[in-house]
Design a protein around this ligand. Structure first.
Ligand code: NAI
Length: 336
């Protein structure tokens, strides 16, 4: 099958080339395009039966209609989230969609801790100071994490892996998940609470839920008001979980003690590309960057050699199964 990889970067090519090389023979030939797939760029799929898309490709109804009209029958997402795809429209246009539900929970969990450590100990600030030969420590007083309370919102694969690491740090781990409790987390000492109680009791809140209509702006004016004064907020999940203007107000009033994010609601226009020569018109992003107690990374929590290899392997398996008409366990189906 001819597969077009959109939003492709050097590390994607390397991991897919390596996985294809490991298989004796693969029925798939890949073309790599750095262009982001959206309705206006849909013409790039011409001549391909499958598209391998990423988190910020825009698979809205119009894009799906246009790619289906050019013969695309399969959409293999090389990521876990599928919030960028209009699944009903995909089904309408006869495009099967698969994702990679589990490829590196530990990679994302470890990066979440990197964000937490960085924010708690002001690592981002000392790094930039030292590049300017400024070795003054004023303003860099941090907090010790052992013994502090942390609320893990969502204990699926990544939230559970994060909770285990946080327990290892000696933190008091609270959790919230509408689907229920993970027994081995409870056995290890995690306390499940309803979200409002978790927010009220946590000195650190870490988000690990998918972006759904029910979780859009989960962190908003009201939920921020419930949080402890000075609490830290970490988001390595999806930018849309956070109402950014509300968070900026909470940072300004100093109610929120710090923010570390790997994802941002407006990231589509920014992330995964070099904009160092551009004038960035996103004022919310400029405001976020201006705070000393805000640490931002560009959606890189997944980016380890291990996770990239797993993503490539599962994506190829998904393509094999979809093309052969076999049951693909990773299909994303319209809601019943
Ligand atoms: P998962 O599906 O295994 O777990 C998500 C959990 O969130 C589920 O247990 C679900 O019941 C829970 N949940 C749903 N609504 C909730 C709510 N209102 N409050 C609390 N919990 C709620 O998903 P996984 O793989 O653990 O991914 C978590 C997040 O990480 C997703 O948003 C995913 O898109 C994101 N992600 C980010 C990456 C990055 O590079 N920054 C890489 C991979 C995933």
């Amino acid at each position: 099958m001819r597969v077009l990889m959109t939003s492709a970067r050097s590390y994607d090519r390397a991991s897919f080339a390596s996985q294809l090389g490991e298989r004796q023979s693969s029925p798939h030939t890949f073309t790599y395009s750095s262009a982001r797939l959206e309705a206006s760029t849909a013409g790039i799929v011409a001549g391909h039966e499958a598209v391998c898309a990423f988190v910020n490709d825009d698979l809205s109804a119009l894009t799906l209609e246009r790619i289906a009209a050019q013969g695309v029958r399969f959409l293999a997402l090389r990521c876990a989230g599928s919030n960028q795809v209009d699944i009903e429209a995909a089904s309408r246009w006869g495009v099967s969609v698969a994702r990679v539900p589990a490829y590196g929970a530990d990679s994302v969990a470890e990066f979440t801790l990197a964000l937490l450590f960085g924010l708690a100990r002001r690592v981002h600030r000392s790094h930039s100071r030292i590049r300017e030969n400024n070795f003054d420590l004023s303003g860099l007083v941090g907090i010790q994490l052992r013994g502090r309370s942390v609320g893990v919102v969502g204990t699926g694969l990544i939230g559970a892996a994060t909770a285990r690491l946080l327990l290892g740090l000696g933190m008091k781990v609270l959790a919230s998940d509408p689907v229920g409790q993970v027994p081995d987390l409870v056995a290890a000492g995690v306390t499940y609470l309803e979200l409002p109680e978790l927010l009220q009791q946590s000195e650190v809140v870490s988000l690990h839920c998918p972006l759904l209509p029910s979780t859009h702006h989960l962190i908003n004016e009201e939920s921020l008001a419930l949080m402890k004064a000075g609490a830290l907020l970490i988001n390595s999940s999806r930018g849309g979980l956070i109402d950014t203007p509300a968070v900026i107000r909470a940072l300004r009033s100093r109610h929120l003690g710090g923010l570390a994010i790997d994802v941002y609601e407006g990231e589509k226009a920014l992330f995964f590309a070099d904009h160092s020569e551009d004038i960035i018109g996103d004022d919310l992003f400029h405001q976020l960057k201006s705070f000393p107690n805000v640490l931002i990374t560009g959606h890189q929590a997944f980016l380890t050699h291990e996770a990239l290899a797993a993503i490539a392997a599962t994506t190829l398996d998904n393509l094999d199964a979809m093309e052969a008409g076999l049951a693909c366990p990773n299909l994303v189906l319209p809601r019943p």
